[in-house]
Design a binder for this molecule. Structure first.
Ligand code: ZN
Length: 416
C-alpha cells in the first residue's frame, strides 16, 4: 500500500469525528486557508488543515509532530539532565534572593498550570510573592481556587485589578478590529503586570507555568503574539475612545532587552524540568486544596471561554482544543483515540451560549445586538495593523544564534 493510499484511508476514517460542531455549524476549514486545499488531519495527532501553514510528510504526519520528534532526538535535548538543571535553577534563585523577603514572583490565574506551579514552588522551599491579575473576567471558581491554594500554602497574594473602563475600551477596540487573537489585551496585561511588580519589588526571578507537556503545539498562524505592544497600541489608537492611563503596557525594548540584560531578570519555566502530568496535577490539587477543575484550558476567565470556544472557532475555524489535545498526545498523556472522542463534544451548546453572550455584552456595556454585530465584522489579519513582527523575528534569530554559539563555545572549552 502506498503512502498516499494510507493517508487517504486515514482521512476517510478520521475526517468525520474531527468535524466537531459549534452550535450545529461544523468546522470545515480555517480562515486564511485556500478553498482549494483538501482537508487533511495528521495521522499521529489531531492537527489539521484549519492551520493555514500546516505541512504533512509522505506518511501524513504533520510538522508539529515532526518538529517535536526532531527536538526530542536532538543531541542537545538528549544531553539535558532535567533533574540537575532544576536543582541548579532553584539554587541560583535561593542564593540571589537570600536577603530578600521574596526570592521569586509567580502569577496565578486559578487554572491547573499556575496552581500546580504554586504547589511545587512550596515543595521546593522557595519564598514567592504571588500575583493575580484581575482583568474583570474572573469566574467565581477561579477566585475560590486562588484563595484556597494561597491560603493552604501560606503565600502572600497580591491582586492587581485592571482599570475596567480602560480594559473595556481596549477589548471593544480589538473586537472592532476583527483580528483573531481577541485575548491580546488580557494576556498582555497579565504578563506586563507580572514584570512590573517584579521590577518594583526588585525580584529577579519570575516563575511561569507555561510548559511543553501541555502546550508544545500552538500554531502561530491561529493568532498573534500578545506581547507585541505596537499591535496593542496601534489597534487601540485606531478603534479606542479613551487614553490608556493606568493599563500596564510592556514595550518591545523592556520585554526583549531591558529586563533580561539590564534588569537581569530571568523568566523560568520549571514545569519543563519535571514530569508534568495534567491529570495527576488536577487530582492532587482537588484532593489537597479543594481546588476545582474547569471545563476547558484557560476557562477560568469567562471571556477566554467565549473567545476560545465560540469566537475563534465560529469566526476563524480555529479550535484550540486540537492544539491542547495534540500536545497531550505528544507528551503521551492521552491517546489519539481519546482526543478524537473529546473533539466530538460540541464546543458550545445553545443553552450556555445565550446567557454567556448576554453576560459579556452587559459587561462590555453594549446591547446584545451590538455585540452580535461586532462578532460578525469582516475577518482581519494581524499584519493589517501596526506590529513588531519583523523585529520580533530578528530578535528570535539573534537569540538562537547567540545560544548556538554559546553551546559551541562551552563544548570547545570542555574538549581536551
Ligand atoms: Zn501531528
Amino acid at each position: 500500500m502506498s503512502a498516499g493510499t494510507v493517508m487517504k484511508a486515514s482521512l476517510e476514517t478520521h475526517i468525520a469525528p474531527i468535524f466537531a460542531p459549534i452550535c450545529g455549524k461544523p468546522i470545515t476549514r480555517g480562515a486564511f486557508v485556500s478553498e482549494k486545499i483538501e482537508y487533511k488531519v495528521c495521522r499521529n495527532c489531531v492537527m489539521d488543515t484549519t492551520v493555514p501553514n500546516i505541512q504533512f510528510d509522505m506518511q501524513g504526519i504533520c510538522h508539529f509532530c515532526n518538529n517535536f520528534k526532531s527536538a526530542q532526538n536532538s543531541q542537545k535535548f538528549k544531553k539535558i539532565n532535567r533533574k540537575h538543571q532544576l536543582a541548579t535553577m532553584l539554587e541560583k534563585i535561593k542564593v540571589q534572593g537570600r536577603k530578600d523577603k521574596y526570592d521569586c514572583i509567580i502569577g496565578i490565574s486559578g487554572g491547573v498550570d499556575s496552581s500546580y506551579l504554586a504547589l511545587k514552588v512550596a515543595e521546593w522551599g522557595l519564598r514567592p510573592l504571588v500575583l493575580h491579575v484581575d482583568t474583570g473576567w474572573n469566574s467565581e471558581l477561579a477566585v475560590k481556587n486562588i484563595e484556597q491554594v494561597c491560603k493552604s500554602l501560606s503565600f502572600d497574594l497580591v491582586t492587581f485589578v485592571v482599570d475596567w473602563a480602560e480594559m473595556r475600551d481596549l477589548q471593544l477596540a480589538f473586537l472592532r478590529s476583527g483580528v483573531a487573537n481577541q485575548d491580546i489585551p488580557q494576556d498582555h496585561v497579565i504578563f506586563a503586570a507580572l514584570y512590573k511588580y517584579a521590577k518594583k519589588a526588585k525580584i529577579k526571578n519570575v516563575l511561569d507555568g507555561s510548559n511543553y507537556a501541555t502546550e508544545s503545539v500552538l500554531p502561530e498562524t491561529w493568532g498573534y503574539d500578545a506581547m507585541d505592544s505596537k499591535q496593542l497600541i496601534g489597534i487601540h489608537k485606531q478603534f479606542g475612545t479613551m487614553k490608556l492611563k493606568t493599563f500596564p503596557v510592556l514595550n518591545f525594548l523592556d520585554f526583549n532587552i531591558n529586563f533580561k540584560f539590564f534588569g537581569r531578570m530571568r523568566v523560568h519555566n520549571p514545569l519543563n524540568f519535571i514530569d508534568y502530568n495534567k491529570k495527576g496535577a488536577i487530582k492532587l490539587l482537588e484532593r489537597d486544596f479543594g481546588w476545582r477543575y474547569y471545563d476547558g484550558k484557560h476557562f477560568e476567565s469567562r471571556w477566554t471561554k467565549f473567545f476560545q470556544a465560540y469566537y475563534l472557532p465560529y469566526r476563524f475555524g480555529y479550535d484550540k482544543r486540537k492544539a491542547h489535545l495534540s500536545s497531550l498526545i505528544l507528551s503521551k498523556q492521552i491517546t489519539r483515540g481519546e482526543a478524537i472522542e473529546r473533539l466530538k463534544v460540541p464546543l458550545y451548546n445553545e443553552v450556555d451560549l445565550k446567557p454567556d453572550k448576554i453576560f459579556i455584552s452587559k459587561k462590555l456595556q453594549i446591547s446584545p445586538e451590538e455585540f452580535d454585530n461586532l462578532i460578525s465584522l469582516p475577518l482581519r489579519h494581524f499584519s493589517e495593523f501596526p506590529n513588531y513582527q519583523l523585529q520580533r523575528q530578528l530578535a528570535i534569530r539573534c537569540f538562537s544564534l547567540f545560544t548556538d554559539f554559546f553551546d559551541f563555545w562551552k563544548t570547545k572549552k570542555k574538549a581536551p
